[in-house]
Design a protein around this ligand. Sequence first.
Ligand SMILES: Nc1nc2c(c(=O)[nH]1)N[C@H]1C(S)=C(S)[C@@H](COP(=O)(O)O)O[C@H]1N2
Ligand SMILES: [Mo]
Length: 317
Amino acid sequence: MLIKPTTDIRSSEITPKDVYLNRRNFLAGLGLSTVAAAGLGMKELLLPSAKALATDKIAGIQKSQFSTTEKITPINDVSHYNNYYEFSTEKEEPAKMAKDFRTRPWSITIDGAVPKKQKWDIDAIMKFAAPEERIYRHRCVEGWSIVVPWVGFSLSELIKRAESLGKAKFVQFTSILDMTQMPGQRQRILDWPYTEGLRMDEAMHPLTLLCFGMYGESLPNQDGAPIRLVVPWKYGFKSAKAIVKISFTDHQPSTTWNEANPHDFGFYSNVNPNVDRYHSQAHERRLGEFRPRPTLMFNGYDQVAGLYSGMDLAKNY
Ligand SMILES: Nc1nc2c(c(=O)[nH]1)N[C@H]1C(S)=C(S)[C@@H](COP(=O)(O)O)O[C@H]1N2
Ligand SMILES: [Mo]
């Protein structure tokens, strides 16, 4: 039943997603009813449960000059194939496991090299600037890419208000730690809480998005509600979900994936098809497509190249 693309794909690059998409398209093609599919235990594969997408419309969204005109990936794929290890290491699972995750009340602590430590409520943060729709290419799960209309505004809008002191060279992002709500945190798969980091100039770049919505609505929980990062020229793991703390530091902060596997997950994590790692990054496939496409340096966001001039990007990956 698997339709093999003519291009040769290494078997290591065939992921469960191939199986999943084929099965879903196959069932949809047969016109199986939801009931019949449920009988097969595949209801989740055909229809998102209403709760998995319990989102609210965001008012006053503006268009962005940074948007691509490429074809947008269906929301059902973007919300049902996620890496979110606090809930599960299985990519179809976060949609189910995160459905009761509480995203209010929520606040973000700002600390480190700032005049004073602060705690900001999420609803206040969301008013720092007008929400924009940014249609970005996004390298999500290993070897896969998506095109998503994210909603948010440049992270620089928040950093300006935090008044980070001149000595801060890096920013660290910390995700929520709550093992009562996140079953994955009861296992030591990663060193919890999840952390990520950016150099200050990367964090200040206008493309770096503080994101609280997608497809015109608040983020589904599995996609990082209530607030996450989106850094479109980097691999997906740089985009921390469910952020509760932003710390300004003078040194390169530790980051979860870099600590777990420094060889495969360098601090910079720029999309760089020339660095050979466990998963070859030379090609990628859009969710829902069979034909691989060549991966572009910086995921095609050439405007960030200047941030790395003089750096050896084969070493700093
Ligand atoms: N808190 C947290 N953030 C996270 C992760 C995670 O496990 N926990 N996974 C990362 C990885 S590996 C990827 S590829 C992206 C996936 O984001 P998406 O589900 O929106 O595609 O989230 C990143 N952010
Ligand atoms: Mo990832």
